[in-house]
Design a binder for this molecule. Structure first.
Ligand code: CP
Length: 343
């Protein structure tokens, strides 16, 4: 399948200059073969860099007065969210609209899932309306992978259980590269509820492939040793880890995924693992502070740190649009089969 890149298309009629720079040319020349984006574990460094470059080429669209290009005109994207979301859901909707696609926004609570319809039947019925791409968030790890076996559509993982959240990690990596000018050789510290975090897993896969040194930090109950096998270092001492850090990515405690108490009290958690102004005194002055959201202010991040000069948290949200435009665009132009044998 081929999709027109934003060149020689109607934005010019609106009096706007269409990008025809080298990044667009690279995006056009690179043969992207993956019809789905299910995680960062399987992607090569070259593929990761290509997504980042494609996102760079789309970033300019958001600065125009008419924020639209015709790259996916006539395509239909379905947001299939079985878990709550603010950033990811709205960002995928807006990204698809900026690519001129038609967008359907499915909410599980208002659908026939509440009447007992299976995931497979839901997907197959929506596909029968003439859909090209499913963007799915689900509490079950592997749900997006399962959908690739049920449909001929492209599938993008918008967060599956504790497994992966690839577009969030791409946003984090893109923002680090934008702010620091590189990924290779940086010390990136990821703090908090690592055990339940799909964002942490996707970040570790992506960052280590691009040459960063990643340390995951948190209470022993929330930082599995298994992260060492993924290429990260494990620490339970935030102050020690922060001394050499170039970037710190603070994560929320995901109480909704916990079945037991994993630390004695919130007060103790904040004392040991919360990022406060006082704690920043022992860090590099240009430490970049990230958070994928939603923030629990006063727990993982003090409010003045979240809103302070080292924070790029809202920039992450802005960059989310370009990343999601790039991912939607790439999977829709992929050369590989979406599904050879739907079940
Ligand atoms: N970061 C993130 O996934 O946020 P939402 O849950 O609001 O989509």
């Amino acid at each position: 399948m081929s999709v027109d890149l934003p060149e020689n298309e109607p934005a010019a009629q609106a009096g706007q200059t269409i990008q025809s720079n080298s990044s667009i040319e690279q995006a056009r020349d690179y043969v992207w073969s993956r019809p789905h984006l299910l995680g960062l574990e399987d992607l090569s460094a070259e593929e990761l860099l290509h997504i980042l470059k494609t996102a760079e080429s789309f970033q300019e669209v958001s600065t125009r007065s008419i924020k639209k290009v015709p790259a996916l005109r006539g395509r239909v994207i379905v947001n299939l969210f079985f878990e709550d979301s603010t950033r990811t859901r709205m960002s995928f909707i807006l990204a698809a609209q900026r690519l001129s696609a038609d967008v359907l926004d499915f909410a599980a609570s208002k659908s026939s899932v509440s009447k007992g319809e299976s995931l497979r039947d839901t997907v197959r019925n929506i596909e029968a309306m003439g859909v090209d791409t499913f963007v799915i968030r689900h509490s079950a790890a592997g749900a997006p992978h399962y959908i690739t076996r049920c449909t001929n559509c492209h599938v993008i993982n918008a967060g599956d259980g504790q497994h992966e959240h690839p577009t969030q990690a791409l946003i984090d990596i893109f923002t680090i590269r934008e702010r620091k000018g590189r990924i290779k050789g940086l010390n990136v510290v990821i703090v908090g509820d690592i055990a339940h975090s799909r964002v942490a897993r996707s970040n570790v896969w992506g960052l280590t492939k691009l040459g960063a040194k990643v340390t995951v930090v948190g209470p022993t109950t929330l930082v599995p040793k298994a992260f060492e096998k993924m290429g990260a270092s494990v620490s339970h001492n935030l102050d020690a880890a922060l001394k050499e850090a170039d970037v710190v990515n603070m994560l929320r405690i995901q109480r909704e995924r916990m079945t037991s108490q994993v630390f004695p009290s919130t007060e103790e958690y904040v004392r040991l693992f919360g990022l406060t102004r006082q704690r920043l005194r022992g860090t590099k002055p240009d430490l970049l502070i990230l958070h994928p959201g939603p923030i629990n202010r006063g727990v993982e991040l003090a409010s003045d740190v979240a809103d302070g000069p080292n924070s790029s948290i809202l920039r992450q949200v802005s960059n989310g649009l370009a990343i999601r435009m790039a991912v939607l665009f790439l999977v829709n132009q992929a050369t590989g089969d979406t599904c050879a044998d739907p079940q």
